[in-house]
Design a protein around this ligand. Structure first.
Ligand SMILES: Nc1nc2c(ncn2[C@@H]2O[C@H](COP(=O)(O)OP(=O)(O)OP(=O)(O)O)[C@@H](O)[C@H]2O)c(=O)[nH]1
Ligand SMILES: [Mg+2]
Length: 316
């Protein structure tokens, strides 16, 4: 595949031109790759922005992480367990102003095109009912595509969230062998996740292959809980419209609780269940994600020996 010679540019690997050109044939660096003639600059006062709104790769993250380290939310679960659907629903609810309360209003996003790509299938279009998002391809990527959202806090400051949408194959390989060569993306997630959503797929746990699904979950839960090492982790039941045997539910809870007894639980479904609106579970889950705080550094208190702060630690 053609690669841009610019050291920090990964065009056209479905990512941003680091010089801000939306059309690669307008980029002076890209002409070395394609030998195309660079068109003369147009008369319009076009402003170049060094991002294109698609999901971010590792080196694009500087936009978000330069100011304050963002909170990275990772969705860990097997293939087809409803991970991408969660992100798509978050985005659609956000667009309707129904994801958060007024206390935490939406501020900005660097990846609106990436969110659109995830959510577009879930929308009603004229003559076409909504569909589920396509399977997330695993490819050769070593880190997941990141989707960004910024929210304002009650004190006026901004909180940046990054959501990692990874393919289920990564986690299945990682659960079996932590060092598997093609599980690099899953290891990246384990290293960087501030919040882990561990997915229990109710449809798989009620199907004819429920035994395999349960064993796979137990293996993945063991790995994810061990790697979380005190960071936030929640058990998220997806496809909440599907009934699962109570004995199976107990086994799934046990797999998580064996390591930590205080793991919060959420149930989400794109279908309404009786009186319960489909948005309810997603809103609850998002509210929990949003109240994540970074662990603060606890500096030891010292007794001042003099008024001058310079000599605070000096000898008496
Ligand atoms: N019944 C029901 N099915 C759902 C729900 N959400 C998702 N699904 C089904 O689950 C399938 C997979 O959903 P995805 O969101 O693509 O799953 P994923 O975990 O991102 O899958 P990979 O990208 O392959 O790892 C969809 O195609 C739907 O058939 C739900 O709330 N209820
Ligand atoms: Mg997916």
């Amino acid at each position: 595949m053609d690669r841009c010679p610019h050291p920090n540019c990964f065009a056209d690997d479905n990512t941003t031109c680091s010089l801000g050109h939306i059309r690669l044939d307008m980029c002076p660096e890209w002409k070395h790759v394609s030998n195309s003639v660079v068109p003369p600059p147009s008369d319009s006062d076009q402003m170049l922005l060094p991002w294109n709104g698609l999901a971010m790769g590792e080196s694009d993250l500087n936009f978000v992480s330069g100011k304050v380290k963002p909170i990275t939310v990772c969705i860990v679960g097997p293939e087809s367990s409803g991970k991408t659907t969660i992100l798509g629903v978050f985005y659609l609810l956000l667009g309707r102003g129904a994801l958060t309360t007024n206390a935490n209003p939406f501020s900005n996003s660097y990846t609106l095109a990436g969110w659109e790509a995830v959510a577009t299938c879930l929308r009603w279009k004229p003559g076409q009912p909504p569909r589920f998002p396509p399977h997330t391809p695993s490819g050769a990527a070593r880190a997941p595509g990141m989707l960004h959202l910024g929210f304002r806090r009650e004190d006026g400051s901004l909180r940046d969230l990054l959501f990692a949408d990874a393919p289920g194959e990564w986690f299945q390989k990682w659960a079996i062998n932590e060092q598997a060569p093609d599980a690099e993306g899953a290891r990246w997630i384990a290293r960087h996740a501030d919040v882990t959503l561990l997915i229990a797929d109710r449809q798989a746990l009620a199907s004819s292959k429920m035994g395999t699904a349960r064993n796979d979950f137990q293996l993945l839960a063991q790995r994810a809980v061990a790697e979380a090492r005190g960071r936030r982790l929640a058990l998220v039941w997806t496809k909440g419209d599907v009934d699962v045997a109570p004995a199976m539910e107990t086994q799934i809870r046990k797999a998580v609780a064996s390591v930590s007894s205080s793991v919060p639980e959420f149930t989400v479904s794109v279908y309404s269940r009786g009186e319960v609106d489909a948005a309810h579970g997603f809103r609850e889950l998002f509210a929990w994600i949003l109240c994540t705080k970074r662990a603060v550094v606890d500096l030891p208190t010292t007794e001042a020996s003099a008024h001058d702060p310079l000599f605070r630690f000096g000898r008496r």
